[in-house]
Design a protein around this ligand. Structure first.
Ligand SMILES: Nc1ncnc2c1ncn2[C@@H]1O[C@H](COP(=O)(O)OP(=O)(O)OP(=O)(O)O)[C@@H](O)[C@H]1O
Ligand SMILES: [Mg+2]
Length: 118
């Protein structure tokens, strides 16, 4: 165990895609200054958990706590969503994720890819 303050804490997180229950009560803590690894077979839910951490995916139950601040939710179960858009933006501003699939355009330069907006 570590005395460092957690940067991210996930407590009892549940996430389903329809009837497929992918995360069944996951707990994970990433203390400041530590490298935390997640190992699991393909399809076990590693990427899903990361997407839930930065709120790209909704989860149905449990807590996502960023630097001591719990995400506030509205609704329950499959209708649960973050309650405060400003909080989500603030958390995402300080949280980065490298995507497993980059979905880059091969005909464009790196700079053009980075500059491209939706
Ligand atoms: N958008 C989605 N809609 C429905 N099911 C999904 C979706 N994304 C992932 N899944 C399913 O959720 C489960 C977990 O997928 P996930 O991509 O999180 O696994 P993973 O551990 O990251 O796998 P890998 O090691 O191959 O990257 C799989 O059964 C997958 O098919
Ligand atoms: Mg993955």
């Amino acid at each position: 165990m570590s005395d460092s303050k957690p940067v991210i804490e996930i407590r009892n997180l549940h996430k389903s895609y329809g009837t497929l229950e992918v995360l069944k009560g996951v707990d994970i803590t990433a203390p400041a200054g530590h490298v935390v690894s997640m190992i699991g077979s393909s399809g076990s839910g590693k990427s899903t958990l990361l997407r839930c951490c930065n709120l790209l995916e909704d989860s149905q139950q449990g807590d996502v706590i960023f630097e001591g601040e719990p995400v506030r939710w509205k609704g329950k179960g499959l209708d649960r969503r973050p309650a405060d858009a400003k909080q989500v933006t603030r958390i995402r501003t300080n949280l980065a994720m490298v995507f497993q699939q980059f979905n880059l355009w091969a005909h464009m330069t790196i700079l053009q890819n980075v500059m491209e907006r939706r």
